[in-house]
Design a protein. Structure first.
Lengths: 353, 231
């Protein structure tokens, strides 16, 4: 086997070298690559025991966004057969930058990526951090809108889950994960909250899930009557949170105060009637107890997202309304008293004169 | 009251200790109103500016509570002073609300509406002053209750369910607003805008008012002082 491959290579070298010499920049056609890579058993055993399949056919790129590309347009460091040096990982930035002439989408996503948690991890030398192809795939790259794409809304969680396994498991059990599995189009997957190329660590103020940005991020959907109405979920939670002590402190930059996910959970958000939910009535004392030591069942008595302007708030609404009219009434009475008093005094002075 | 003051036609209305208590009250209520309403109306751009000026919500809270503690201390001191001191006891007696005050109020209403010939004759403190005094004192006590409940929220919630604290928050805010409205429309009118004192009754700084003002606005007190030979 090995002998035959070597034989083919030597033979090819003899036949084609003059051609290379004529036009070194000319791309190597698919047929040349498949001389070796077209054999189904052409694969490599890696040091960690994994097998890297090196089998390539003309169908490999078919249907992908790069269907019209040839091998060496991405593997541009390959100019000799057999490769004298180990071919490097493909550098997508060769074409994917704003202002390119290759016909790639004009986008700055690559710059956003280099700034992101993943890109900076790569720059620091973390070999486990993902490059473009770790999320987008290598040969079968499809547009994100295509349901077969690795970064399609329905698949992206699985793609992220390749590395973020524990979080993926939590997410699958959450209300968002369950809704995603049902195929509900509005529900967020990983990228819905974390962003796509602009993913930052949650400790980074630029992150969409930074403590003071969380409520803003959740409210993108949860404040929308159009979206929430479909599922019978109230939208007032966003407004009532903003009115609460927690919400006000958060708006003025407190990073320790509770935001949505402090109480509702992060990847494991479940509806309140689920016994596993952190905001299930039985679990509220424990959840509040994270910040308020010694929280007892009293914390669960009364609506959490309370709106004094809403009749459903009961006694709180009526008290607020009572005080509102008491204040208005007092103001009117006092103003009336002032004018009467001034009028009376003028008469009194006139009488004295 | 010294002979010189009387000669100048000036009558002492607020002793130094009362002026200090009043000044404290003025400053502390202003601080409490500014910090409190900034939080209550935190969506307003002016409120946002004020909160930033105060160093964020955390420092705003600390400022509000320091002022609140000082105000409560001021009130407790005042209560003891009025109950126990030689100067306070007779003052407190003059602040008691009686049948006469209700009659005075009704008669002044009738007079102002042109239904009575005589305007009521007030002593040192008329119904306006008494209403202001008891309104402020009781108001501060009541607003302190809800304020302390909210301050010690973890302690309060050992005894009260969450909705009681929500209620306390609503009440605290509206109590503040009501107190503020009363202060502005009642006190500012009585001591600043009222034609007899405009632009200001100076007694909160100098402690003195003129004998002529006393004769017009508080004739019973004027006559009492005259009988005692002090004028």
């Amino acid at each position: 086997m090995r002998g035959s491959v070597l034989g083919v290579v030597v033979f090819l070298g003899g036949v084609f070298l003059p051609v290379f010499a004529q036009d070194a920049s000319a791309s190597i056609s698919l047929e040349k690559c498949t001389l070796c890579h077209g054999k189904p058993e052409f694969r490599k055993l890696l040091v960690d025991g994994q097998i890297r399949d090196l089998y390539v056919t003309e169908d490999t790129l078919a249907g992908s966004v790069h269907a019209k590309k040839v091998c060496t347009e991405c593997h541009f460091d390959v100019s000799e057969i057999p490769h004298r040096e180990h071919p490097k990982r493909v550098t997508c930035t060769h074409c994917h930058f704003k202002g390119n002439h290759e016909g790639a989408p004009q986008s700055d996503n690559v710059l956003a990526y280099f700034d992101s948690a993943h890109g900076t991890a790569i720059a620091r030398g973390n070999t486990k951090a993902p490059l473009c192809q770790d999320c987008h795939g290598s040969h079968r790259i499809l547009k994100a809108k295509d349901p077969g794409s690795k970064v399609a809304r329905t698949n992206v969680a699985e793609t992220c889950g390749k590395c973020h396994m524990e979080i993926y498991a939590q997410f699958k059990g959450s209300i968002h994960g369950a809704a995603l599995a049902k195929g509900i189009p509005e529900v967020p997957s990983c990228t819905g909250c974390h962003g796509e190329h602009r993913i930052y660590a949650r400790s980074d103020p630029k992150s969409t899930v930074y403590a003071t940005n969380v409520s803003e991020q959740c409210s993108k959907c949860h404040a929308s009557v159009k979206i929430m109405g479909k599922f019978g979920i109230e939208t007032e939670q966003v407004a009532t949170y903003k009115e609460s002590f927690h919400g006000v402190a958060s708006q003025f930059g407190s990073r320790t105060v509770a935001n949505c996910s402090s109480c509702h959970g992060v990847h494991d958000i479940r509806p309140p009637d689920d016994p596993l939910s952190t905001v299930n009535l039985k679990n509220i004392p424990k959840t509040c107890g994270k910040c308020h030591p010694g929280a007892n069942p009293n914390f669960a008595v009364g609506k959490i997202h309370v709106d004094a302007k809403n009749k459903e708030s009961g006694i709180i609404y009526w008290t607020a309304t009572f005080f509102k009219w008491l204040t208005i009434g007092t103001m009117l009475a006092l103003v009336a008293h002032i004018f009467l008093d001034m009028y009376g005094r003028t008469r009194r002075l006139r009488g004295e004169r | 009251m010294s002979r010189a003051d009387l000669a100048a036609g000036n009558v002492i209305r607020m002793s130094l200790l009362f002026r200090v208590q009043h000044l404290l009250l003025t400053v502390l209520l202003t601080v409490l109103a500014v910090t409190g309403f900034a939080l209550m109306y935190h969506e307003n751009s002016l409120a946002r500016w004020i909160i930033r000026l105060e160093g964020g919500v955390h420092n705003r809270g600390i400022t509000h509570r320091i002022a609140a503690v000082l105000l409560m201390a001021n009130l407790v001191y005042h209560a003891f002073y009025m109950l126990l001191s030689r100067e306070g006891k007779p003052e407190l007696r003059q602040f008691f609300i009686g049948r006469q005050d209700i009659d005075d109020f009704l008669q002044s209403l009738r007079y102002n509406l042109g239904m009575a010939k005589e305007y009521p004759r007030f002593g040192k403190y008329g119904y306006k002053e008494k209403f202001q005094y008891w309104g402020a004192s009781v108001g501060i006590v009541l607003i302190s209750v809800t304020g302390i409940m909210l301050w010690a929220e973890e302690f309060s919630m050992r005894f009260f369910p969450k909705f009681i604290l929500d209620l306390a928050l609503v009440i605290h805010g509206y109590q503040g607003l009501l107190g503020f409205v009363l202060l502005y429309l009642w006190h500012i009118y009585n001591v600043h805008l009222h034609p007899s004192v405009f632009p200001m009754n100076p007694s909160w700084i100098t402690g003195k008012v003129s004998a002529e003002w006393l004769r017009r606005e508080h004739p019973l007190e004027y006559e009492k002082l005259k009988e005692e030979g002090l004028l």
